[in-house]
Design a protein around this ligand. Structure first.
Ligand code: PMP
Length: 405
């Protein structure tokens, strides 16, 4: 069992009042709060240990380089990648996807080819592929979802064929909470020789990622959604793919030798890390992953499941409340609407009660279009949230309904 009271002490942001009420933070899907150990690490680096990596031969630089490379190993271990060469630090999920859409697109996508995504993608996993499709006169195809917010697997079979160059899909939907059957999807795609990129932004904080077991070709996520710092993210790629791709950005650190006539690129993973690295971010991220492992991924998963079940049954009991995203396999996200009350009004009034929830399209506008709505209210729950906080949401919604009567 997780000791949630003890855990909450590790997150000082939870201990504050908002509009005279103790804060309930249910906007973890947008960004998670940071444990003290992560904040302290950043403070220590900036105040004492700061020095650029891979450059200096002096003590501080060498030490920071070591810490940065240790962070890479830490990430490798966390997602069970086979080699450090497969772990590239980026600024986040968005940058990681754009790296692949640009480089893979440059090398392997030509006119008339198809790029496959799903109906429940975040804009970060739609727009980069649209840009690529436009640049290469390729075609973007979309796997539909059913009314529960689950991928229609039979349609996936129909959509994959010889001309499909890549399949990019989220592991977990940020708008609906659906955990996609990505292992099965990857097996199907690989049978057709289609590589798969998984957007793991929402899966990684829930501790369910093993890239070798999944056999995905690329896996991407952001540090700030997994209790780590902002501005750091990860691009995992199978070595055999990364070797074949050209660099995305040029600059310092990604080169072996430069002359005006010819430049030789650095080896993996540095080929994809142009410019000064975000080493404080990488080391802070490693600390966040240590923190998660100390709590225990299995314990986190079990507790968050408990929160999801409780929130689902409590909120379903409210007359006129509809939950969007009722997939059989879900993480702890509850997206909902109250009949007759606009989602922004719901969010604003709950805020005045000290409850921080996300409202709007969640950067997944096509999901809203699919359900014929303009947005939802989203509660995304993690291991520092509690049953009592869900009760406060329930009571807040009941009060709100009375106000609108
Ligand atoms: N994909 C998913 C599923 C997300 O939830 C998010 C963030 N909401 C992103 C991509 C983009 O992440 P970032 O803004 O950190 O690059």
């Amino acid at each position: 069992m997780l000791d949630v009271n003890k855990i909450r002490n590790d997150f000082p942001a939870l201990d504050q009042m908002v509009y005279g009420q103790p804060l309930v933070y249910f906007d973890n899907g947008a960004t998670t709060l940071k444990p003290t150990v992560v904040v302290d690490t950043l403070k220590e680096i900036y105040s004492k240990r700061n020095s650029n990596v891979h450059r200096g031969i002096h003590y501080l630089s060498l030490r920071m380089t070591e810490e940065y490379e240790e962070a890479r190993k830490r990430v490798r271990k966390f997602i069970n990648a086979g080699s450090d060469r497969e772990i590239i630090f980026t600024s986040g999920t968005t940058a990681s996807i754009n790296t692949i859409s640009s480089t893979f697109g440059e090398e392997f996508v030509k006119e008339g080819d198809e790029i496959l995504i799903s109906a429940m993608e975040h804009h970060s996993n739609i727009v980069p592929w649209q840009i690529l499709a436009k640049r290469k006169s390729a075609i973007l195809k979309v796997i539909p979802m059913n009314d529960k917010g689950e991928i229609v697997m039979e349609k996936l079979d129909d959509l994959m064929h010889e001309g499909t160059r890549i399949l990019a899909i989220n592991h977990v939907s940020n708008a609906l909470g659906t955990i996609n059957p990505v292992k099965e999807i990857i097996q199907k795609a690989h049978k057709e020789n289609i590589p798969v990129l998984l957007d793991g932004a929402q899966a990684i904080p829930h501790g369910i990622v093993d890239v070798q077991d999944l056999d995905c070709d690329f896996y991407v996520f952001s540090g700030h959604k997994v209790y780590g710092p902002n501005g750091i993210g990860v691009l995992y790629g199978k070595e055999e793919w990364l070797e074949k791709l050209p660099p995305w950005q040029g600059g310092g650190d990604m080169v072996e030798k430069v002359s005006f006539e010819k430049t030789i690129y650095a080896d993996l993973p540095f080929k994809f890390e142009a410019g000064t690295a975000n080493y404080p971010g990488a080391v802070g991220l490693a600390k966040a992953l240590d923190y998660i492992d100390t709590l225990g991924k299995d314990r986190i998963t079990a507790y968050e499941k408990e929160l999801l079940n409780y929130a689902t049954s409590r909120l379903s009991g409210i007359d006129g409340l509809k939950i969007f995203g009722t997939a059989a396999n879900k993480i702890s996200i509850v997206s909902f609407l109250l009949e007759g009350i606009h989602q922004e009004d719901t969010g604003m009034i709950l805020d005045k009660m000290g409850l921080a929830l996300r409202t709007g399209t969640h950067c997944a506008e096509p999901v809203m279009t699919r359900f014929g709505i303009d947005g939802t209210v989203r509660a995304s729950l993690v291991f520092y949230n509690t049953i009592e906080e869900i009760d406060r949401l329930y009571e807040g919604l009941i009060k709100l309904k009375q106000m609108f009567k």
